[in-house]
Design a protein around this ligand. Structure first.
Ligand code: NA7
Length: 543
């Protein structure tokens, strides 16, 4: 590695999901010397790692794709909610269409990234020992790149197979005829359970908290239908940036309490019929802020679900009279026949709140009361969202400060992109930005455009070094917490609140509105990036 001269790259992007690929496209077009590296063998981000049977996106076509015309005009989906294989094919299409492959190094894991103060560059160590240097470091790891597997005594001696949904083997696992235990009933648990129920000898779901499932209403899509609909795409792509969730429409601007019961119910029914996440994001204005309004939504949801479950004991476990948490404060999942699988003889449910797991035996899961024999354990137990992947990248800032230490007392970041003490680094899809809460591509494009504009602005002024100001960072972090406090989100022990990871500080880790986020980012740019400190330096032998 050179210690003097220009760094190898103007920017290195880490991660080939939506945000990384978008940044690569933008920065390449803006004339930067840029490289993208990713540990995965193929682009797609979470759609590379989450390749379990049934894995699919919960945002409908055309929300979960780029607004880049040459990309969407030449692409057609086969389903309204595409699965992981098609999403991976889409990413290949994006890289082909935009000619990005020569700038991508797949199968290359970044083991560490260290800010070299003297050399004014980031030094990255790749798996295998190679070192590269870059002026700017842009981690774009996604909010869910670090799977969480709870401590399960005895797992090492388990004689069957086990894995996390987000580390599903690329060659797949045949679920047919297996005795399967799925631990966790979030979006991933629901999706894999629906598939496993079709072919497993025995499927046992271990539920700690019931998921509040919404009907997906999957549809086949033809090219003709999409050709017709594409006339409306540009307007949708503009509109999705003006909503809280990054979807095509917003919550209503009236309270659920300001309408009579019939009107309220009619709106609930309409959303229910439309399917997807609309019951969550297109509902009354105060569903996520007012307990009474929220309870109306829960009661409607419960009535719909109870109508599909015959056994009253099972019904109380899956859709309890008392809500496990306010509706929508944990991410609802889209389901396709989830509630019906529990009527099958080969499917069972263990309520972990009534019967906890004690340990894993070589051929069974032992609970306080009884045991479940199994030969495949699937952990659908979620992620150390927001920070996990970044911490695993072993990022070290000024004076050798590791990122994990900077975040020891909680996550902090300016604009959800910059951390003080870590100059010349911006992350996309990071904590305290809308990522995770919002539709991914919307967030990726807002941040990608902003980062690219910022880098062009720096280049025009020959600015070598930027760093988020500590006061701006504190202000942003407090603002996200204050925004969260105005909602019901803090009432749920969710990953949105960091509550799923033992020892993680409870705080809202996502900025709760895409449109407000975009406005604040625009304001920052219009104000000459006042939240950042800059240094103008001459490189030893740079241009
Ligand atoms: P989630 O949504 O974090 O779900 C994880 C599930 O695993 C959830 O049901 C958890 O129950 C359960 N869990 C976590 N730890 C344990 C332990 N120790 N024992 C039993 N059960 C446990 O992850 P997903 O992968 O499903 O979805 C992540 C996001 O991807 C999703 O929100 C969408 O944005 C797409 P809990 O609810 O914590 O009681």
């Amino acid at each position: 590695m050179r210690s003097t001269g220009s760094p190898d790259y103007d920017a290195v992007i880490v991660g080939a999901g939506f945000s990384g690929i978008y940044l690569l496209h933008k920065l390449r077009d803006a004339g930067f010397k840029v490289l993208l590296v990713d540990a995965a063998a193929q682009p797609g981000g979470i759609w590379y790692w989450n390749c379990y049977p049934g894995a699919r996106v919960d945002s409908q076509v055309p929300l979960y794709e780029f607004s880049i015309p040459e990309v969407w005009k030449s692409w057609a989906w086969s389903e309204r909610f595409p699965g992981w294989k098609e999403l991976r094919a889409y990413f290949r299409h994006v890289c082909d269409t935009l000619g990005l492959w020569p700038l991508m190094r797949m199968g290359s894991r970044v083991e560490s990234a260290r800010f070299d103060e003297e050399g004014r560059r980031w030094r990255l160590q790749l798996e295998g020992g190679e070192g590269i240097s870059t002026h700017f470091l842009l981690p774009a790891l996604g909010f869910a790149s670090k799977p969480y597997i709870p401590d399960m005594p005895g797992i090492a001696a388990f004689e069957g197979d086990w894995c996390h949904t987000a580390r599903w083997p690329q060659q797949g696992i045949d679920l047919s005829g297996r005795r399967i235990a799925v631990i966790g009933t979030g979006a991933s648990g629901v999706q894999i359970a629906q598939e496993a129920a079709k072919c497993a000898e025995k499927l046992t779901l271990f539920q700690r908290t019931p998921i509040l499932g919404l009907p997906m209403r999957q549809e086949r899509l033809t090219e003709d239908i999409q050709q017709r609909d594409k006339q409306g795409y540009p307007a949708i792509f503009v509109r999705r940036k003006r909503t809280n969730g990054g979807f095509e429409c917003q919550s209503l601007d009236i309270s659920a309490l300001d309408v009579d019961a019939t009107t309220r119910n009619n709106h609930f029914e309409t959303l229910w019929r439309q399917g997807g996440l609309k019951f969550w994001y297109n509902n009354f204005a105060d569903i996520l802020t007012n307990r009474e309004a929220n309870r109306y939504a829960y009661e409607f949801w419960r009535k719909k679900v109870l109508a599909r479950i015959i056994d009253p004991v099972m019904a109380e476990k899956l859709a309890p009279a008392e809500p496990p948490h306010p509706f929508g404060t944990k991410r609802p999942s889209l389901e396709q026949g989830y509630y019906e699988i529990f009527e099958q003889d080969n499917v069972a449910l263990v309520d972990l709140k009534a019967n906890a797991i004690i340990r894993i035996e070589p051929q069974a899961i032992k609970m306080e009361d009884g045991e479940v024999e199994c030969d495949l354990i699937i952990f659908a137990t979620g992620f150390d969202a927001g920070r996990g992947g970044l911490i695993d990248m072993n990022i070290t800032g000024r004076e050798g400060l590791p990122l994990w230490q900077a975040w020891e007392d909680g996550l902090r970041a300016y604009l959800g992109m910059a951390v003080s003490g870590f100059p010349n680094m911006l992350f996309a899809y990071g904590p305290l930005s809308p990522s995770g809460f919002a539709n991914g591509p919307t967030s990726a494009e807002i941040q990608g455009d902003w980062i690219c504009d910022f880098m062009v602005w720096l280049r025009r002024r020959d600015i070598d070094l930027f760093e988020g100001k500590p006061a701006a960072e504190t202000g942003w972090t407090e603002m996200v917490a204050a925004a969260g406090a105005m909602t019901l989100f803090p009432e749920a022990a969710s990953w949105y609140m960091g509550a799923n990871i033992p020892g993680k500080k409870r705080q809202l880790i996502n900025f709760p509105s895409v449109s407000s986020y975009a406005a604040l980012c625009d304001e920052e740019a219009a104000g000459s990036y006042a939240g950042f400190a800059f240094e103008k330096l001459t490189r030893k032998d740079g241009p």
